[in-house]
Write a protein that binds this ligand. Structure first.
Ligand SMILES: NC(=O)c1ccc[n+]([C@@H]2O[C@H](COP(=O)([O-])OP(=O)(O)OC[C@H]3O[C@@H](n4cnc5c(N)ncnc54)[C@H](O)[C@@H]3O)[C@@H](O)[C@H]2O)c1
Length: 261
């Protein structure tokens, strides 16, 4: 079983539904978790996941707030071993997006990951078990109608992960990314009024599993990647996508027979 006992993780965006699964997986493995998010009710809910979960209200575009959050983690738990960069925004009007929206999207989704790592870096360097996981997405590799900012930011994160992995390797800090497929999350809960069956039916044609994933399932992959069990893994992007990326445009239904219809 994945063992993260005596380790401390920072999870940005840890207040949202999907992230609760990630926080839960880290807690199950024995980690202390600091949830860094702007969403206070979601942060309070995350604190209920385990005794060793602390919410620190943090806007990750604010460097002083990031430093204060890292200081709190160190004061409370004695160090930082793990950073999970999960926070993101979906601000995206495709080609219609003005420059300001591009800068906001890239600032939250990409640049803030670097600044969180910069603040945690001395503590990661001091840890014997340091690991970073950055959240990218299936959206990093495919075109999606009307979406330019979010997929571009997620593609940048896949590259950022490789750059971080290379330059932090001498410090013993492993860096990987996860690419979830459709995962049961706040937006799906809101749009379908909690209808998981409907969500699964929409997702089924483009996920081999025939359903959306759960935050806890993605969390299990994150917990593995930050654990010593993944000591040989760095600079990699891990699909946690129910087979979405294994499927081509023909999807899982035989296409040749359609020629005979
Ligand atoms: N939901 C999916 O199906 C899916 C699929 C692939 C990848 N992902 C990735 O998983 C992660 C979570 O996605 P989600 O759908 O749960 O998103 P979400 O919008 O529900 O959650 C994002 C979280 O980030 C926080 N956040 C936003 N701006 C912030 C800021 N400036 N400072 C601190 N926190 C901030 C929000 O408050 C929220 O709690 C994202 O990185 C997303 O790209 C999600």
């Amino acid at each position: 079983m994945t063992d993260l006992t005596h380790r401390t993780a920072i999870v940005t965006g840890g207040a949202t539904l999907l992230a609760h699964g990630v926080v839960g997986a880290l807690v199950k493995a024995g980690a202390n978790v600091v949830v860094a998010d702007i969403d206070e009710p979601g942060g309070a809910a995350a604190e209920k996941i385990g005794k060793n979960v602390v919410f620190v209200k943090t806007d990750i575009t604010d460097d002083a707030a990031i430093r204060a959050m890292v200081d709190t983690a160190v004061q409370r738990f004695g160090g930082v071993d793990i950073v999970v960069n999960l926070a993101a925004i979906y601000l995206d009007e495709g080609f219609a997006s003005p420059r300001a929206d591009w800068l906001t999207a890239l600032n939250v989704n990409v640049v803030s990951m670097v600044e969180v790592v910069r603040a945690a870096y001395p503590h990661l360097k001091a840890s014997k078990h340091a690991a970073i996981v950055n959240f990218t997405s299936i959206s990093s590799k495919v075109a999606q109608t009307g979406r330019w900012l979010y997929p571009t930011s997620k593609a940048a994160i896949a590259q950022l992960t490789r750059s971080m992995a290379m330059d932090f390797a001498p410090d013993g800090i492993r860096v990987n990314s996860v690419s979830p497929g459709w995962t049961w999350s706040k937006i799906m809960d809101t749009l379908t009024h909690g209808n998981r069956a409907k969500t699964d039916a929409v997702a089924a044609p483009f996920h081999l599993t025939g359903r959306v994933g759960d935050g806890a399932e993605v969390g299990n992959v994150v917990a593995f990647l930050v654990s010593d069990d993944a000591s040989v893994v760095t600079g990699a992007d891990w699909a946690a996508d129910g087979g979405y990326s294994a499927m081509g445009p023909e999807q899982a239904a035989p296409a040749i027979p359609k020629l005979m219809d």
